[in-house]
Structure formats: C-alpha cells, structure tokens
Design a protein around this ligand. Structure first.
Ligand SMILES: C[S@@+](CC[C@H](N)C(=O)[O-])C[C@H]1O[C@@H](n2cnc3c(N)ncnc32)[C@H](O)[C@@H]1O
Length: 255
C-alpha cells in the first residue's frame, strides 16, 4: 500500500495522542537506544525523541515517501527503508516503539517474540494498534466493497485485517517472553467538522489500499456510497460536526 505523508498528517494531533499515552507507560530507565518501527513521516519519532532526549533514536519504514518525509522533518535522525516483517538490526534496544504500524504486518504470534528478543533485559516493546475493525467506519467500508462491481478486486485486499489479534491473545503471546505486560484499550472521541471529515480521515489511511485497486471513476462512486452510509451512521452534533469514536489497543511489554 502507498502512503501520502501530507494527507496522513492532516489529523496529526489526533494521530499523535496515542504515542504520548503509550510512551507515558514505558518504565525502562535509562533508554539509551530506541527505534521507531513504521515511523511514517517522523511524527512518532519526534515524540519518542522528546520523551527520551538522551537516547540514540532511529526510525524505519517500508514506504519511500514516508522515509523521505521523516528525513525532511528530522534531518539528524537515521531513517532506513525496511520491512518490520523481516527487520534485523545489530545490537540490542532499550525501547522498540511501533505506533499504528504492526497492523500491516502478518504473524504477530511470531513477530512479537522476535521483537522482544531484540530488547536488552529490562527493555520495553511499546505497541499501539487501532482496534476499530468492528466500528461502523470499517463495517461500512466492507459493505461498500462487497456490494459494488469491484468486489472481486477489493475483497482480497481485506486480508491484512486478519493480522490484528485481540487483547487476550496478545497477552498470551507476550507472557512467556516478558517480565511484565501492561495492556489497555482506549476509545478516543475525535470531533471532525462533518461526516466528510470521517471519509477524509480514512482516505489518508485504510482506504488508500483499496483505492489503489480502483479506477478514478470507481473511487468517486465508492466514496459517494461510503459517505452516504457514514452520514447515516454518525448523526451530526448541533453545529454539523460529528464524533468519531476510535478504539485503540496498547501494550508495553518489558523484557
Ligand atoms: C499509520 S502509519 C503510522 C506512522 C507513525 N508511526 C505514527 O505513529 O503516526 C503506518 C506506517 O507503517 C508503515 N508500514 C506499513 N507496513 C510496514 C512494514 N511491513 N514495515 C515497515 N513499515 C510499515 C507505513 O508505511 C506507514 O508509514
């Protein structure tokens, strides 16, 4: 899937809040070496750097556009083009951060122990994954994909949704390889100017992968139908704005 750094950062404050909440629960001290996996345009890396100013911080991402944006934003930080699924790096880390990134990576049951093994004893793996697949935003995306002439092309593109596991499963995977696991779920309520704002939010993330498989006319038709369903599912506040409930799952596992 391709990413647009500019579009992604349109909701920067909302997307950054979970990074602050996640890092606030990291008890590893000191942190001398840290990495941001799936660092995107460098927004989460910037917060990581501010939280641990004495640490040597690096970032990695599989999108060349995101890496270029991150390098522009933080020219002193080393950002590398790499894939979390196959990531190997020399040495150990005190902190591995993956905010809103591993939902794109398969096989969490093997991925997470592998990441834990890259930590120094006492080091932390700090992860946040959107937990919104049963929200109306995502149910309706699937509905529009199923009901349109594009279904044969779009339905296989839902496969990455299977990557995400539930809290119980994450806990069981982490328990044998961690001295402690702090796991929680938060629902943020983002106020957006209109139902179109909800469509805009996902146009810069989840919908991009689907739109890459559609023609320009089909994208217009998909969005029109999706927006119609979103308007019905998210009743406006008196001023026309809407609340987008956005549940996210967090864990900090300490080796
Ligand atoms: C939703 S953005 C999160 C960006 C940033 N971490 C943040 O907190 O806002 C997801 C990022 O994960 C990256 N990504 C997706 N799959 C990846 C993979 N297999 N390996 C590395 N990065 C990946 C994408 O390119 C994108 O930049």
């Amino acid at each position: 899937m391709t990413w647009s750094a500019g579009m992604y950062l349109q909701f920067a404050a909302e997307r950054n809040r979970p990074v602050h909440d996640l890092l606030a629960r990291v008890m590893t001290n000191p942190v001398s070496r840290a990495i941001d996996l799936g660092s995107g345009p460098g927004n989460s890396t910037e917060i990581l750097l501010a939280a641990f100013p004495d640490a040597h911080v690096t970032g990695m991402d599989s999108s060349p556009e995101m890496i270029a944006a991150a390098r522009d934003r933080l020219p002193d930080i080393d950002f590398t083009l790499d894939d979390i699924a196959t990531w190997v790096a020399p040495g150990w880390f005190d902190l591995i951060l993956a905010n809103a990134a591993i939902q794109w990576v398969p096989s969490h049951a093997t991925l997470l122990p592998r990441l834990m093994a890259k930590l120094r004893p006492g080091g932390s793996l700090a992860v946040q994954v959107p937990d919104n697949l049963t929200e109306a935003t995502h149910r309706l995306m699937r509905q529009v994909a199923e009901e349109g002439p594009w279904s044969d092309r779009l339905l296989p593109a839902f496969a990455p949704w299977e990557n995400r596991l539930d809290a119980d499963r994450y806990y069981r995977i982490l328990m044998p390889v961690a001295q402690s696991v702090d796991l929680w779920r938060t629902t943020y309520f983002h106020r957006l100017p209109s139902p179109a704002g909800i469509v805009e939010w996902f146009r810069s993330s989840t919908l991009r992968g689907f739109f890459a498989l559609l023609t320009a006319d089909e994208i217009v038709a998909f969005e029109a139908r999706y927006q119609e369903l979103i308007e019905a599912a998210y009743p406006p506040l008196p001023d026309g704005s809407v609340l987008l409930p956005f549940p996210r799952l967090f864990f900090v596992a300490r080796r």
